[in-house]
Design a protein around this ligand. Structure first.
Ligand SMILES: [Zn+2]
Length: 231
């Protein structure tokens, strides 16, 4: 967890947005809430356990609301549904590694852990998702052996600051409220498959915009949400 790391807010001056505002004078009326003129901070939205048949609906909701997110894919699903991975990238998402079969890694030996991670790196890359730089261990369970294998593959371990509980039957209201607790740099755990999660997306976008927070990428260097880098 990275909750303990202090990181001052960085007010970002958005020259282009200021120009647009001056030019039109009606930016607020014509700009979707998710496309706030100013980002006073960034949060990392993450969706685990895909890709699946639900992925297109999730990507559609994210795109429609101007949100980018990190998708922690399982290797077995990337291999089974390779056609679902490229659309994640095309929609502006970042693709991470969430193991191949979602085991309790801390109960496995190093060779098995290595297999889980390396096969997923290959499956994601083979399906057009690029080579992941972020790894989320299933159930958030990690230990020194897991960390050693992550390091071997150049992966940064990403847990979360806020658990939406969407995996545990959380209501749409509860998921939206969880996202409302995010502060600059923090990461929220959500999943590819719960229907309530997709339903929550527009309200999550509105809530972030109201707080001048933007959806960012998760830095492989710090594990925190940061402004998306070009391309
Ligand atoms: Zn998972």
């Amino acid at each position: 967890m990275s909750t303990g790391r202090g990181h001052p807010l960085r007010p970002l001056t958005t020259a282009l947005a200021a120009v647009a505002l001056a030019a039109t004078g009606t930016l607020a009326l014509h700009t979707a809430p998710a496309q706030a003129a100013t980002c006073n901070g960034y949060v990392g939205l993450t969706f685990d356990d895909g890709p699946s048949g639900n992925t297109p609906a999730l990507l559609g909701a994210l795109k429609q609301n101007g949100l980018r997110a990190t998708m922690f894919n399982e290797g077995r699903y990337a291999a089974a549904y390779p056609a679902q991975v490229k659309p994640q990238v095309a929609a502006g998402m970042w693709v991470g590694n969430h193991s191949y079969t979602h085991p309790h890694l801390t109960q496995l030996g190093q060779a098995q852990i290595d297999s889980e991670i390396s096969r997923t790196q290959q499956a994601v890359a083979a399906s057009g998702g690029g080579t992941p730089r972020l790894f989320r261990p299933p159930y958030g369970e990690t230990n020194a052996t897991v960390k050693a294998v992550e390091a071997k593959y150049g992966l940064t371990e990403i847990l979360w600051n806020v658990d939406s509980q969407d995996w545990n039957g959380a209501s749409t209201d509860a998921i939206v409220a969880a996202a409302g607790r995010l502060t600059n740099g923090q990461v929220i755990l959500m999943h590819d498959w719960p229907a309530n999660t997709v339903t929550a997306i527009p309200r999550i976008a509105q809530g972030l915009a109201a707080r001048s927070l933007c959806a960012g990428m998760i830095s492989p260097q710090t594990g925190r949400a940061v402004p998306p880098t070009a391309a």
